[in-house]
Write a protein that binds this ligand. Structure first.
Ligand SMILES: CC(C)(COP(=O)(O)OP(=O)(O)OC[C@H]1O[C@@H](n2cnc3c(N)ncnc32)[C@H](O)[C@@H]1OP(=O)(O)O)[C@@H](O)C(=O)NCCC(=O)NCCS
Length: 184
């Protein structure tokens, strides 16, 4: 499995995964899935272009509480193993390992349900850490929830150290949150 830069050539397989129920995000998955359908239908070239956005040129982001914030520089890769497996994304603030308080971690990932429990997310995170290091980051934060044992294991498998166990920021709904840090 390799994490690859999304292209128009690979897009049909991604759309197939969306149709099968894959959601390319974890906060409000139904909304992110519908949003991906809509954006691909209206401009597939732009959709693919915005997957690689180191200058934060993409549109503003709406938080779960409705607040609109500026997008951070970022990139999304697709996990690919003879077909679409999942997605993993990285975002960062230039010049620092820290993030604005409303941002839940540097890295997010999701594996299609029918591809889970085969080590893909663990491998994808290892590969994304190399890209984070290449961006100049010295460490990354990754957040998950206490009930997401799979995600906790993915983080621990990659050297994550728990640094926060408490409520999420208000803008993100205030639910229980675990935040890990991985040194690069
Ligand atoms: C979290 C997620 C990305 C894990 O993907 P994955 O490819 O199945 O993960 P891996 O195969 O690398 O598994 C990592 C570990 O978690 C374990 N695991 C996987 N799914 C599990 C589950 N449902 N319950 C308990 N453990 C699980 C694996 O057995 C493995 O354990 P090991 O390290 O002891 O061998 C996937 O479950 C997913 O997409 N979930 C929905 C989106 C999500 O929650 N994203 C993370 C947001 S923080």
């Amino acid at each position: 499995m390799q994490i690859v830069t999304p292209t128009l050539e690979l897009l049909p397989d991604f759309v197939l995964a969306l149709r099968e129920g894959f959601a390319p995000g974890t906060v409000n998955p139904a909304r992110v899935r519908q949003d991906a359908f809509d954006r691909i239908a209206s401009d597939p070239v732009l959709y693919i272009a915005q997957m690689t956005d180191p200058e934060a040129a993409g549109p503003d982001v709406q938080l779960p509480n409705g607040q609109i914030v500026k997008r951070l520089p970022g990139m999304t890769k697709w996990m690919w193993d003879d077909g679409f497996v999942g997605m993993i994304s990285l975002r960062w603030q230039p010049g620092t390992d820290e993030l604005p308080p409303h941002v839940l971690g540097h890295i997010g990932y999701a594996v299609a349900e029918w591809k889970q429990r085969r080590g893909y997310a663990t491998q994808a995170l290892a590969q994304m850490l190399d890209l984070a290091r290449a961006q100049g980051l010295g460490s990354v934060q990754i957040t998950t929830t206490p009930d997401n044992l799979a995600s906790q294991k993915v983080i621990l498998n990659n050297g994550g150290v728990l640094e926060y166990d408490g409520p999420a920021p208000e803008e993100q709904g205030g639910g229980p949150l675990l935040r890990y840090r991985i040194g690069l």
